[in-house]
Ligand binder design. Structure first.
Ligand SMILES: C[S@@+](CC[C@H](N)C(=O)[O-])C[C@H]1O[C@@H](n2cnc3c(N)ncnc32)[C@H](O)[C@@H]1O
Length: 263
């Protein structure tokens, strides 16, 4: 689950995370990324109002297209089908060059139209491993991997009809909801020392200060290096250490995440 494969996303972690996604009137995913938690809450009707937010305008455009332009899901499917036919070495080099140009045009704001931005962002994240590392192609070992992407994108289109999507700095949303009762705010910011994301505008000391005396229920996902977030334990947050194995097509990776919650 998740709109596209996203490094550091909760696609596989959801099997742990779901145990802490309690029912609430409002659910907010503050650093939304591919939106796994949001889609899970929507699918399981765990909140009356659901908010997904991310400061990256490309990620926002991807959600915008799936929410408001379902007919473009076929365009996405067709592009992915056609590029995944290229598996020979020289063909792959050509596709990489093409994806590099697309990435550049998206990154520099050369693509202005939000629908085009959304389509190509979804294509890029499906086709390549990580925004920062540049195009390392995903389909070369499994050329059939894009065969039925349209099925789950249509499902997400339906789920997103019950989700409000925003492209704001996290502080705007947090200030509005942090002192409301019956709100669950899930917080998974870019983590210390990892530079995976196109947008990483977060000072974890400042974020932790916002979380000192909230009325809202707060669930934070931290890494062992996110010291300011780990300090929340001293402010009454309960700490849960989670050892987790991430399965990728090439390897299994052991990860430790810390969940901190005040409810
Ligand atoms: C660790 S990822 C979230 C992954 C998400 N939980 C998922 O399952 O895909 C952190 C996200 O925070 C976003 N971000 C960075 N700075 C931000 C800010 N100041 N306000 C809101 N979002 C921000 C990044 O674009 C990135 O998508």
């Amino acid at each position: 689950m998740g709109l596209f494969p996203y490094i550091g996303g909760d696609g596989q972690f959801i099997k742990v995370l779901k145990n802490y996604l309690v029912k609430s009137n409002i659910f907010i995913e503050l650093f939304g990324g591919a939106g796994t938690a949001t889609l899970y809450v929507a699918e399981n009707r765990l909140a009356n109002k659901i908010i997904w937010n991310d400061l990256d305008d490309l990620i926002y455009a991807a959600f915008y297209v799936v929410k408001y332009y379902p007919e473009q899901i076929w365009t996405i499917q067709k592009i992915l089908n056609s590029i995944s036919r290229f598996i020979e070495k020289d063909e792959r080099i050509k596709v990489k060059k093409m994806l590099q140009k697309i990435r550049y045009a998206l990154d520099k704001g050369i693509v202005k139209d939000i629908v085009k931005k959304g389509i190509w962002t979804i294509v890029y994240y499906h086709a390549c491993h990580c925004w920062r590392s540049g195009p390392m192609l995903r389909w070369v070992d499994f050329p059939d991997r894009y065969k039925s992407i349209y099925k789950y994108l249509f499902k997400y289109h339906q789920l997103l009809q019950n989700v409000e999507i925003y492209n704001c700095d996290y502080k705007e949303i947090l200030e509005k909801y942090i002192n409301n009762d019956d709100v669950l705010i899930y917080i998974d910011p870019p983590h210390t020392g990892k530079h995976y994301y196109r947008v990483e505008n977060v000072n974890l000391h400042k974020l932790a200060r916002y979380l000192e005396n909230p009325r809202a229920k707060i669930l934070v996902k931290a890494s062992l290096q996110d010291k300011p977030l780990l300090e929340l334990e001293k402010r009454g947050f309960k700490r849960i250490d989670v050892k987790f194995t991430l399965n990728t097509s090439h390897k299994k990776e052991g990860l430790t995440y810390i969940l901190l919650k005040n409810y």
